[in-house]
Design a protein around this ligand. Structure first.
Ligand code: SF4
Length: 456
């Protein structure tokens, strides 16, 4: 199914579409308010972008430096080429310690690798501990946003879910009450877990330490209680020096939720006494993306979600319509690189308005990359006939001046004379919720020639 079809399903629930749109716009507005208090915001973005450019140009050296420092600190570093190897490594660590239940937090990478399903088939119970992640795990569905994974759900739906799964009062939907119920339920899981997995926001080459940014503190609770801690990171999470961290923490929280800083910015450098600390560094297609000149800087992404919050398509089509771990504009430039045939249509899930590029804290040229993917999708023959034929026709008309004038005149006449039902019908998706403006009798060219350059 294409993105357009999945989006159409989401749009059937108009009320949900409206509040989804409004909720995300609210977060985008908080971001705007927050950065307005930072006069040097644009220089900060530039600095973040420059540091990431440097990282991408020296990735191998920084990764090796990180491994050397982390190993010297007593951390066990693993390398995984792809999702399968990542999952095998994590399972191997758990098997070695005889662990059959874990708590997990803050990791889109493990979503990308399908770790939960893999571990569960191996008999390991996985409990996601971020509230939003736990909600969607109880519903057996993927996240719909990288920062707010359950943003597509109303509190009443969460109340019904918690009543069924956690035994809360029927009909209860007070967020405070539901959060408290989740907290009590998770407390038992934290105490029983013998291993904790987290994602990584930043890995510092200079120190060999990793940094995890959260608002709930659950990543810290998991890591501090369980003897074995495992941190899974993509190769692009590296930053060169500790002094660079402040640039990214300032950019990240403001861009994500409009907060000046995330509630917890936790640094992990070495195993706790008697414990074991592992870092699994994963490629899974990133090196290939690095080698694509036009798309390499998509690896600068710090996963703030701002491009989703601002995107008019994402806001009104929902994260599940992208059918990829990372939805929205950034997902639409990462996923075609993984599977062009499956995800190529996501390059068209955009108005190319450029708002995503404007808000991106590390200045990724997202809308330009979407446009480039469209050209590749077309050149490689993955465009459906419904898109290919009209585009061929439009290309021919736009290339020939006389033909363009003729088609324009014919269309203006036809649209003025045609009965309404010929334009607004179920086969014309554009007409379902839009009215064409009044059709003028003359084209802009004709109007311009008549008014700006009248005959002598
Ligand atoms: S592409 Fe930019 S705006 Fe989008 S999630 Fe990544 S860092 Fe944030």
């Amino acid at each position: 199914m294409t993105h357009a079809r999945r989006a159409a399903k989401f749009l059937l629930d108009e009320a949900r579409t409206d509040w989804h749109d409004a909720s995300l716009w609210h977060v985008r507005s908080k971001r705007d308010g927050s950065i307005s208090g930072i006069p040097e915001w644009e220089s900060l973005r530039q600095l973040g972008s420059d540091i990431k450019d440097n990282v991408l140009s020296n990735l191998d050296a920084y990764l090796e430096e990180f491994e050397e420092r982390a190993t010297a600190n007593g951390v066990i570093v693993h390398w995984a080429t792809d999702a399968e190897e990542h999952n095998r490594i994590v399972h191997g660590i758990l098997q070695h310690h005889g662990v059959d239940r874990i708590v997990k937090s803050k990791s889109m990478l493990t979503e990308e690798c399908g770790l939960n399903d893999y571990l569960e088939t191996q008999g390991v119970e996985v409990v996601d501990t971020d509230l939003g992640e736990r909600i969607i795990q109880l519903r057996s569905e993927p996240p719909s946003h990288i920062v707010m994974p359950a943003i597509h759900l109303k509190k009443e739906e969460i109340g019904a879910l918690f009543h069924e799964k956690l035994g809360t009062e029927p009909g209860a939907s007070d967020p405070q009450y539901l959060t408290e119920a989740a907290r009590q339920h998770l407390r038992e899981k934290f105490l029983a877990a013998r291993a904790a997995i987290t994602g990584v926001n930043f890995a510092i080459a200079e120190t060999g330490g990793i940094v995890v940014c959260t608002n709930e503190g659950n990543a810290d609770m998991g890591v501090h209680l369980a003897p074995v801690q495992i941190h899974c990171m993509g190769i692009e999470k590296i930053i060169p020096r500790a002094e660079h961290l402040g640039v990214f923490t300032r950019l990240l929280a403001r861009s994500a939720t409009g907060q000046p800083v995330t509630i917890y910015t936790s640094h992990h450098h070495r195993p706790k006494p008697g414990g074991e600390m592992h870092v699994v560094i994963v490629d899974n297609g990133r090196t290939t993306q690095l080698g694509r000149e036009d798309f390499r800087n998509s690896l600068k992404c710090i996963r703030c979600g701002a491009c989703m919050n601002t995107c008019p398509i994402y806001r009104r089509s929902g994260g599940h319509s992208y059918d990829y771990t990372i939805p929205g504009p950034i997902g639409s430039i990462l996923s075609p690189g993984i599977d062009l045939k499956k995800h190529g249509d996501l390059a068209f899930a955009s108005t190319l308005c450029g708002s995503c590029s404007d808000v991106c804290p590390v200045k990724i040229d997202i809308h330009e990359q979407l446009y480039k993917w469209r050209q590749i999708v077309s050149a490689e023959g993955h465009l459906g006939a419904a898109k290919r034929l009209p585009l061929l026709g439009a290309g021919t008309v736009l290339r020939h001046d006389t033909l363009y004038n003729f088609v324009g005149q014919a269309a203006r006449t036809a649209l003025r004379l045609a009965p309404r039902a010929a334009v607004y019908h179920r086969f014309n998706a554009w007409g379902e919720s839009r009215e064409l403006p009044e059709i003028p009798r003359e084209s802009f060219k004709q109007w311009y020639a008549r008014t700006q350059n009248p005959p002598a």
